[in-house]
Write a protein that binds this ligand. Structure first.
Ligand code: ADP
Ligand code: G3P
Length: 497
């Protein structure tokens, strides 16, 4: 009898539920979007109750459309947008403020002050991260500092914080559990990725009571149960991972040196570095990929804030295109960008530059520049930014990287995939099942309940859709990259501090 795994993929713009069979293939999906809340320029919030409601809707529609009986669901796996932070009351389960989203820049000033106070090296050594508003720690501190009464409640032990995995599990277990996994904990800036513990010095630095922190559990392992009131029977929750680490797992990157890049709103390039953390000298972060049987695997990560979103910008703000797909034929309608470069630093630049004050720019325009050149420059910017990260990764890890596994909505664009291979000088490999994030959560969970025994059967599940070979000459690549570097230089430090 086929056993199924229900993967919950709680993303930045929508909540999804995907049912996988025991061959590791998706059989049904439910999806629900929810509101993006922008209270001020640069601020991004989600309503935590809406996140939960959209996830619950997605679960119900997925199960209904599958025709599968709840009795045949062996386990639930959870994967989530990372860093996004909720603070809620331990007793009532009520959030005290909206979720502060990973993209939100409201704590950039707080981060400047932490850097000025000399905390950079401590944070890097202990957490593997750079001090940035992206990570959860300063978001928790902001809520405690700004929501009336929050600090008192937190100090009494009544308030707890969590990333979205914690929040969903708290809901699914009717507040019985306050947990997260290693991969999510490593994105908070208060978790020590060497000692594998919440770090008192960092908690003090941000003035966050330790009692607010969730218990950290394995990414693969039964940690609790979905309460029977939700689906009519209790189901083990057996896997958790942040979405990018889950995608690394779903892409079969189980060995050191294997890497994947996901092209969604932003892009996240992760490389498995094995059982020891590799420190970055080049603006990447060191992070926990997953923990299984209390043994952790580390990764190097380059987080790029805007990639696929530049295509949305062409569509929604410039109205140069009607659909994202159109960019492919538009880009191919010209032989090059005619010297145009677009740097989509709309919310500053993430890895490897970490410049909150950079802003977007288009350079090299001439009287002959047209929408095809701009569309092509936008797609190329996605590939250049990924190159900046992969170059840093090669240097930090001393790994050659001759193939990059790719996923996410934007890499369905074959012009982009080919240009990516060309500009990296490596093969780019796109899988048949591109739901790698949900797949990773399903695998982690299925491993824990014995649907799969070890990694070997999982490597059989991964199948290639297309392989893109680099075909550009090194001299042409160098010439293009030199132009890109000059364009990035123009966008850096644009906002005056
Ligand atoms: N064919 C395409 N060409 C270029 N960009 C695309 C294409 N299809 C989708 N995108 C971009 O990819 C992103 C959607 O990818 P997805 O993986 O669903 O993102 P997320 O999970 O971050 O919401 C959008 O930003 C969209 O503009
Ligand atoms: O929800 P996504 O797919 O845009 O992923 C967001 C990342 O986890 C942020 O670090």
């Amino acid at each position: 009898m086929t056993k199924y795994i229900l993967a919950l993929d709680q993303g930045t713009t929508s909540s999804r539920a995907i049912l996988f069979n025991d061959a590791g293939l998706p059989v049904a999906t439910g999806q629900q979007e929810f509101r993006q809340i922008y209270p001020q320029p640069g601020w991004v919030e989600h309503d935590p109750e809406e996140i939960w409601q959209s996830q619950w809707q997605a679960i119900q529609s997925c199960i209904k459309s599958s025709g599968v009986s709840v009795d045949d669901i062996a386990a639930v796996g959870i994967t989530n947008q990372r860093e996004t932070t909720v603070v809620w009351n331990r007793r009532t389960g009520q959030a005290v403020y909206n979720a502060i989203v990973w993209q939100c820049r409201r704590t950039a000033g707080m981060c400047d002050r932490l850097r000025e106070a000399g905390h950079t090296d401590t944070v890097r050594t202990k957490t593997g991260l750079v001090i940035d508003a992206y990570f959860s720690g300063t978001k928790v501190a902001w809520i405690l500092d700004n929501v009336p009464g929050a600090r008192d409640l937190a100090e009494k032990g009544d308030l707890i914080f969590g990333t979205i995995d914690s929040w969903l599990i708290n809901k699914l277990t009717h507040q019985k559990l306050h947990v997260t996994d290693y991969s999510n904990a490593s994105r908070t800036m208060i978790y020590n990725i060497r000692d594998l513990n919440w770090d008192d010095e960092l908690l003090k630095m941000l003035n966050i009571p330790r009692s607010m922190c969730p218990t950290v559990v394995d990414s693969s392992g039964v940690l609790g149960e979905v309460d029977e009131s939700w689906l009519g029977r209790s189901i083990p929750i057996a896997g958790i991972a942040g979405d990018q680490q889950a995608a690394l797992f779903g892409q079969g990157c189980y060995t050191p040196g294997s890497a994947k890049n996901t092209y969604g709103t932003g892009s996240f390039l992760l490389m498995n570095t094995g059982s020891e953390p590799v420190a970055s000298e080049r603006g990447l972060v060191t992070t926990l990929a997953w923990g299984i049987d209390h043994k952790v695997t580390y990764a190097l990560e380059g987080s790029i804030f805007i990639t696929g979103a530049v295509v949305q910008w062409l569509r929604d703000e410039l109205q140069l295109i009607k659909t994202a797909e159109e960019t492919e034929s538009l880009a191919l309608s010209v032989s090059d960008t005619g010297g145009v470069y677009l740097v989509p630093a709309f919310v500053g630049l993430g890895a490897p530059w970490w410049d909150s004050y950079a802003r977007g720019t288009i350079v090299g325009l001439t009287r002959g520049s047209n929408r095809a050149h701009i569309a092509r420059a936008a797609l190329e910017s996605i590939a250049y930014q990924s190159r900046d990260v992969l170059e840093a990764m090669r240097s930090d890890s001393q790994q050659a990287v001759d193939v990059l596994r790719v996923d996410g909505g934007a890499i369905n664009n074959s012009f982009l995939a080919q240009f990516q291979a060309d500009i990296l000088g490596v093969r780019v490999e796109r899988p048949k099942v591109t739901e790698t994030t949900a797949m990773g959560a399903a695998f982690l969970s299925g491993l824990a309940v014995g649907v799969w025994e070890g990694f070997e059967p999982l490597t059989q599940v991964w199948q290639r859709d297309a392989l893109f070979y680099p075909s550009m000459t090194a001299s042409h690549r160098d010439e293009l990259v030199a132009g890109w570097n000059r364009a990035v230089g123009r966008s850096k430090s644009w906002i005056e501090q």
